[in-house]
Design a protein around this ligand. Structure first.
Ligand SMILES: NC(=O)c1ccc[n+]([C@@H]2O[C@H](COP(=O)([O-])OP(=O)(O)OC[C@H]3O[C@@H](n4cnc5c(N)ncnc54)[C@H](OP(=O)(O)O)[C@@H]3O)[C@@H](O)[C@H]2O)c1
Length: 232
C-alpha cells in the first residue's frame, strides 16, 4: 500500500499511539488524515481533519463512513485497558465492556468502511493488536481475551477482504510508552517507533507486524515447551 498521496482514517487519534500514527502518515506524504476521536475538540494536531468517532457508537461510525468516503487506509487503533482479573466481581461487566471497544469497535469500523475501501480500490485495513493477543498475564485477563478475539477477527477480515484487494495488517507489540501503561514499570517502545514499523509494513504489503522484541519473543514462545501462553 502506497502511503504517499493516500487518505487515512485513524481511530483514537487524539493521543497516544493514534496521535503517533496520524503524525507518521502526514510525514510520509498522506494527502489527508482523518483523526477520529470520541471528543473531536481533543484533536490538536495541525493538518488533520477531526472526526467525531466513538467506535462503539453506531451513529458515529455510520456518519464517519459517509464523511470519510475518500479513505483508502483505515487504522483501527482505539482501545482500552481492563481490570486485571476476568473472574473478579466486576469481571462480567468488565469483559463485555472491554470487548465492546477492543473487538466490536474494530468490527463496527471495519464493517462500515469495507465498502468504502472497495470503492476506492481496495486500500488497507490496519488493526492494532498486541503481544497480549497471544499471552495472558495475571494482570491482563480481560484485555488479553479482547486482543485475542481482535486477532482472530483480523484474520477473518483478511480472508473476507482479499477478493476486494484490501491489505489487512495486524500489529503486535509489547508495552508502548503511552497513558495506557503509564503505571507499568517495564521497558516500553516509543509510539513513534511502532508507527514507523507499521508504515514500513504497509508499504511492503505485509499482513503482520511484530513491532518490537517482546512481540517477536511471545510469538516464538508458541514453539517453546511448555508454550509461553500456558503461563506458570
Ligand atoms: N500502550 C501499550 O502498551 C499498548 C501495547 C499494545 C497495544 N496497544 C494498543 O494500542 C492502541 C492504542 O493504545 P494507546 O497505548 O495509545 O492507549 P491510550 O494512550 O490509552 O489511548 C487510547 C486511545 O483510544 C481512544 N479510545 C478509547 N475508547 C474509544 C472509543 N470507544 N472510541 C474511540 N476512541 C476510543 C482514546 O480516546 P479518549 O482520549 O477519548 O479516551 C485514546 O485516543 C490500543 O488498541 C491498545 O490496546 C497498546
Amino acid at each position: 500500500m502506497k502511503i504517499q498521496g493516500s487518505t487515512v482514517l485513524v481511530t483514537g487519534a487524539n493521543r497516544g499511539l493514534g496521535l503517533a500514527f496520524a503524525k507518521a502518515f502526514l510525514a510520509a506524504g498522506a494527502k489527508k488524515v482523518y483523526a477520529g476521536a470520541r471528543d473531536p475538540s481533543t484533536v490538536t494536531l495541525p493538518g488533520v481533519v477531526p472526526v467525531k468517532l466513538d467506535v462503539t457508537n453506531a451513529k458515529d461510525v455510520a456518519a464517519a463512513a459517509v464523511l470519510a468516503s475518500d479513505v483508502d487506509i483505515v487504522v483501527n487503533n482505539a482501545g482500552i485497558n481492563g481490570l486485571p482479573s476476568v473472574l473478579d466481581a466486576q469481571a462480567d461487566g468488565n469483559l463485555r465492556h472491554i470487548m465492546e471497544t477492543n473487538l466490536y469497535g474494530i468490527f463496527n469500523v471495519s464493517q462500515a468502511f469495507a465498502p468504502v475501501l472497495k470503492r476506492n480500490g481496495g486500500g488497507a485495513l490496519v488493526n492494532m493488536l498486541s503481544a497480549l493477543s497471544w499471552l495472558s498475564l495475571p494482570t491482563t485477563g480481560a484485555y488479553s481475551v479482547s486482543k485475542a478475539a481482535a486477532w482472530a477477527l483480523t484474520n477473518s477480515l483478511r480472508n473476507e477482504l482479499r477478493e476486494q484487494h484490501t491489505q489487512v495488517l495486524g500489529i503486535h507489540a509489547g508495552y508502548i510508552d503511552t497513558d495506557m501503561v503509564a503505571s507499568v514499570d517495564a521497558p516500553k517502545t516509543s509510539p513513534h517507533d511502532i508507527a514507523a514499523r507499521t508504515l514500513e509494513a504497509l508499504e511492503r504489503g505485509d499482513s503482520e507486524v511484530l513491532a518490537d522484541e517482546t512481540s517477536r519473543q511471545v510469538k516464538a514462545g508458541f514453539n517453546a515447551t511448555p508454550a509461553a501462553y500456558l503461563g506458570g
